[in-house]
Design a binder for this molecule. Structure first.
Ligand code: PLP
Length: 398
């Protein structure tokens, strides 16, 4: 018998706020009814603000982030196209695998898991590609497996510096709506996310931002696609309808989640994620542990991947957290299994929730054999959250 709340500290699906959950508790309705189009259009409009685009088109596909990846590729590229990608974590690796399986020719840059997108190396390769053989550049803005945020603005600047015309694809699954993302300013052609992270809903929607240039590319792309056809989606979406049955309760949840984002203000949402993440990082530093993301400039504001000390199994930390303390932490994926555990801190959360995550993590770490002073991580994060207050100065000084 488990008592109390299960604390969900994974980097998605994230906690669904109560009002979003209630908003999804609706009777089934006619998705072709006269009022449904208006309802969907309001969602598409507000999503454009979240993607920070006025010139792009936002599309909602039943599916998840992976489906949105596939939609982005199959609508805008051609079989055999050369694309530039980097593998630096599980999600960038899976995206590259999908590109290969769909018949693209991937120019791969392999990096340590913990590195960011290699902007300078990509820039060098684009500069060498005078004939424009590379058709697209892929950036995983937030590598959820390693807690690394890549520099999309820098990638755009590097592309502009070479004058290269490749399309810019960005995986924003664990960043859009929580970390600064600017589709228009950064000239992003295909931006991809899902409903279950920064957008605080259950999984079930793959969400795309598509630039005008990518829409043009879609008109001549010859890759095979059917369900994820942009032309079918945009033909009906103009009036707010779908080419097939949409998950209507989930759309009501998304409407409510967007109302929450609008009420808080997107800039404030982003600032909150930065503040909460910094507290978590300070907690980890107080334990004397290091992050998978070694470059401080790339440390993610939505997920922190923590390396456990030699001799400690991160799987054990996660097991103890779950079985003894009813808390879920993210596991180390693939080659990071056993070496890393992750604290997800995105979506609907606050200081108290981050302190709970640190508090349970330090108990689980200690019980798994790590040399941790109980309370040290919590105190460091508290001092950060309290800010310039005598209480914080005292804790920090002791
Ligand atoms: N890309 C990133 C960065 C992710 O974190 C995830 C899932 O966690 C995906 C893609 C895949 O998305 P989904 O699980 O919604 O298909």
């Amino acid at each position: 018998m488990r008592t109390g709340t299960n604390h969900l500290f994974i980097p998605g699906p994230t906690n669904v706020p109560d009002d979003v959950r209630r908003a999804m508790n609706v009777a089934q309705e006619d998705q072709r009814g006269p009022d449904f189009g208006r309802f969907t259009l309001s969602i598409l409009d507000d999503l454009k603000a979240v993607f920070r685009t006025t010139t792009g088109t936002v599309m909602l596909f039943p599916g998840s982030g992976t489906g949105a990846w596939e939609a982005a590729i199959t609508n805008t590229l051609n079989p055999g196209d050369r694309v530039l990608m980097a593998r630096h974590g599980q999600f960038s690796t899976l995206w590259a695998e999908m590109a290969t399986r769909l018949g693209l020719t991937v120019d791969m840059v392999d990096l340590e898991w913990g590195a960011g997108t290699p902007v300078a190396e990509f820039g060098r390769r684009l500069a060498e590609d005078a004939n424009g053989a590379i058709k697209a550049v892929f950036v995983t803005q937030n590598e959820t497996a390693t807690g690394v945020t890549s520099d999309v603005a820098g990638m755009r600047a590097a592309m502009d510096a070479t004058g290269h015309k490749a399309l810019l694809f960005v995986d924003g699954v664990s960043s859009i709506g929580s970390i600064d993302f600017r589709m228009d300013d950064w000239g992003v052609d295909l931006a991809v996310t899902g409903s279950q992270k920064g957008l605080m809903c259950p999984a079930g929607l793959g969400i795309l931002g598509v630039s005008a240039r990518a829409m043009e590319a879609a008109k001549v792309s010859t890759m095979r696609r059917a369900y994820f056809e942009f032309a079918d989606m945009t033909a009906t979406a103009k009036t707010g309808y779908f080419p097939y049955t949409p998950p209507t309760p989930l759309l009501h949840g998304l409407r409510c989640a967007l109302d929450r984002i609008n009420a808080e203000g997107l800039d404030n949402v982003i600032a909150r994620h930065a503040r909460l993440a910094e507290g978590v990082r300070r907690g980890v530093a107080a334990w004397g542990l290091s992050l998978c993301a070694e470059d401080a400039a790339l440390q993610s504001n939505t997920v922190t991947a923590i390396r456990v000390p030699e001799g400690v199994d991160a799987r054990e930390v996660i097991r103890i957290g779950f079985e003894r303390y009813n808390a879920s932490f993210g596991s180390g994926l693939s080659r990071l299994a056993g070496k890393v555990f992750r604290i997800g801190h995105l979506g609907d959360l606050n200081e108290g929730m981050c302190l709970t995550a640190l508090s349970i993590a330090e108990m689980a770490l200690a019980e798994a054999g790590a040399d941790i002073i109980l309370g040290s991580g919590v105190a460091a994060a508290q001092a950060w959250y309290v800010g310039p207050h005598p209480a914080a100065q005292r804790i920090a000084a002791e």
